[in-house]
Design a protein around this ligand. Sequence first.
Ligand SMILES: NC(=O)c1ccc[n+]([C@@H]2O[C@H](COP(=O)([O-])OP(=O)(O)OC[C@H]3O[C@@H](n4cnc5c(N)ncnc54)[C@H](OP(=O)(O)O)[C@@H]3O)[C@@H](O)[C@H]2O)c1
Length: 270
Amino acid sequence: MTTPNRIVITGASSGIGAALALHYAAPGVMLILIARNETRLATIATAARAKGAIVETASIDTRDTATLTAFLTASDSAHPIDLLIANAGVLEGRTADGTLEDFATAARVIEINLLGALATAHAVLAAMRSRNRGHIVLVSSLAAFSPLTDAPAYSASKSGLLSYGLALRAALAGTGVTVSVACPGYVESAMTDTHIGEQPMKLKAPQAATLIARGIAAKQAVIGFPRPLYLGSLLSAIIPEPLRLFFTKSMRFHVAAERPPHCYGQRRPR
Ligand SMILES: NC(=O)c1ccc[n+]([C@@H]2O[C@H](COP(=O)([O-])OP(=O)(O)OC[C@H]3O[C@@H](n4cnc5c(N)ncnc54)[C@H](OP(=O)(O)O)[C@@H]3O)[C@@H](O)[C@H]2O)c1
């Protein structure tokens, strides 16, 4: 694919999604930015417009798949989408007092991180196939390879996304439509602000956006980074489980019950 100029990003109001929006923002580029919080979306949109991009925002909860699909279908018919990045996600898990996630929480995480991302991809997939052109990127995590003891649903959602993305990529081989799965390690964001524990080799969000964009340009199947953690995660998937647990013991964490003030001065909804 040449440089994409019609780009959809979900979860664009914060963290990695916002950094991706600003990474791609340039004259001649149209960005369609989706998240729930309109105020934060507007802040990112203003910054992207200042870099010369045309920006549309839509306040949509990706669990509202009917609204999401209708919006993306209409958007794609008006201006065909080249690149769609399904990035919206949430982290839940063990709290400071040791409470494990309950079923309702687990279901919500799966609904946003896995089903919401699939709904996003499928909203444009048929149109991309009819054009024999387009790139879909699912933002998973290194947790897809090495499940996090303290965040079972998050880990399941991310490995589900990796599995789905790689299967879909293979199924679409030769059609002109590409699928990539991004698997970041730790990246500074509102999400990692709530992750109370070790976060080795943590990157700034713009660094993560640059690495993801590089992987997208190269049409990589899996965009895993930082490299040492990616290789460690791959290795952890093939060693005996007691060894994996031993090596990841120092990575135990809990999720802050209260969301810290957001980088744009507001509290995030759960
Ligand atoms: N940061 C890391 O270390 C890391 C590592 C691996 C993978 N990831 C993945 O990277 C992605 C981005 O995370 P981040 O670290 O940038 O976290 P973040 O700063 O908390 O951003 C999450 C984004 O998702 C949006 N979002 C959450 N639920 C949504 C929903 N139901 N509908 C629509 N938008 C929703 C949020 O916006 P609103 O609240 O405005 O809706 C926000 O824009 C996630 O999928 C995450 O799992 C992050």
